[in-house]
Design a binder for this molecule. Structure first.
Ligand code: NAD
Ligand code: DAU
Length: 353
């Protein structure tokens, strides 16, 4: 079996559903259920003995030790994190605690557990750390995409905390020999993404007839990857990635934010026309995110060359599936738009002119 952290969040939940379907091996899912964690994402596994859910904090060393001793996993796949850049600007403390101290706690627990293994169990154990392309900083318009050899230049409290966690993972391998692998991925989209992130936020606001807030000039570029492709990449790296290596994961799909928003509007016009007019009328330029990185792009040739992974979805196929999923799961969207969500919207968008 494997131990997954943060498996009730967006990518973690997609990963567990994909893992159970594709591999079928049991999963222990350690998740604190912050505002971003939602067991509804895993409703399809209710009553399935292959998914064991444990609600606790990755900083709780005693819990992590007990889970490792009891379940003896062959791998830890570490997703748990505070993940939203805007929240890290409003309140960086929780990012340092979960992303840095939490990763440190897991590494120490994994080191103690792995130190007690022998033979094939010790040989095959892996700690897979899921990280982000944001650790590399921001690209100019003509720069080549991020390779694994790019220097770390994080610019937000979120990316700085993820960069710190990547450095800890690297050091635990270099110093203690812990068998780690790190993946640095670009922007994901797909089912179960919390509507604080651009794509689900735009869909939720459009359907509610609310403004679609575009930070700055809308020309910041991200490299979009369908979440199912990310899950397949993680499975591939876990199976064959070289110990101590990092693998960049991306969609070969760079697009400015404005194009993303207009694409979603056009799909909504087609799938759920609004009597009030075309959804694009709701596009509203608002004050920029402080320190907003201009461009991210991933060079994903290493994972393709060494492990044969390439994304299966194009943006056109992935975004169509995603828009359809949100239209068919409006009850899920309504459930996550709690009082706490509305408070966040007030805090982040209330003061932007
Ligand atoms: P998310 O915010 O949707 O989910 C995070 C999950 O971690 C939630 O279920 C939350 O309850 C849990 N969690 C938070 N703090 C915890 C703690 N202290 N102890 C235990 N559980 C805790 O995040 P996501 O978008 O699914 O991202 C997952 C991982 O992938 C993160 O490490 C993120 O940095 C990385 N990543 C995300 C993207 C993206 O586009 N979303 C891209 C690249 C990398
Ligand atoms: O690159 C990988 C990263 O992608 C992950 O590590 C992060 O966890 C994930 O949140 C994501 O970070 P971004 O900041 O790129 O994602 P977000 O969806 O918040 O924003 C995408 C772009 O859209 C970014 O340029 C900011 C812009 N934006 C975002 C919001 C929420 C807007 O213009 N308006 C908005 O309301």
């Amino acid at each position: 079996m494997i131990l997954v952290t943060g498996g009730a969040g967006f990518i973690g939940a997609n990963f567990i559903l994909d893992w159970i379907a594709a591999v079928g091996e049991p999963v222990v899912n350690l998740d604190k259920l912050t505002y971003a964690g939602n067991l509804e994402n895993l409703a399809a596994l209710e009553g399935d003995a292959r998914h064991i859910f444990v609600r606790d904090d990755i900083c709780a060393r005693a819990t992590v030790d007990a889970l490792l001793a009891q379940h003896r996993p062959r791998a830890i796949v570490h997703f748990a994190a505070e993940s939203h850049v805007d929240r890290s600007i409003h309140g960086p403390g929780e990012f340092m605690r979960t992303n840095v101290e939490g990763t440190f706690t897991l590494l120490e627990a994994a080191r103690a557990y792995w130190g007690g293994l022998a033979g094939a169990e010790r040989e095959n154990f892996r700690f897979l750390h899921v990280s982000t392309d944001e650790v590399y900083g921001s690209l100019g318009p003509k720069d080549p995409p991020f390779a694994e050899t790019n220097p770390y230049e994080p610019n937000s409290p979120y990316s700085a905390s993820k960069a710190a966690s990547d450095h800890l993972v690297r050091a635990w391998h270099h110093t203690y020999g812990l068998p780690v692998v790190t993946t640095n991925c670009s922007n994901n989209y797909g089912p179960f993404q919390f509507p604080e992130k651009l794509i689900p936020l735009v869909m939720a606001n459009a359907l509610a007839g609310k403004p679609l807030p575009i930070y700055g000039d809308g020309m910041n570029v991200r490299d979009w990857l369908y979440v199912g492709d990310h899950c397949a990449a993680i499975r591939t790296v876990l199976a064959g990635g070289r110990v101590g290596e990092t693998y960049n994961v991306g969609g070969w799909n760079e697009m400015p934010n404005l194009t993303i928003v207009k694409t979603i509007c056009a799909l909504l016009d087609e799938m759920k026309p609004d009597a009030g007019g075309r959804y694009e009328r709701l596009v509203t330029f608002v004050a920029d995110r402080p320190g907003h990185d201009r461009r991210y792009a991933i060079d994903a040739r290493k994972i393709e060359r060494e492990l044969g992974w390439r994304p299966a979805e194009t943006f056109e196929t992935g975004i169509r599936k995603t828009v359809r999923w949100y239209l068919e799961h409006q009850d899920w969207v309504a459930h996550v738009q709690s009082g706490a969500y509305r408070e966040w919207v007030r805090k982040n968008y209330g003061d932007r002119e």
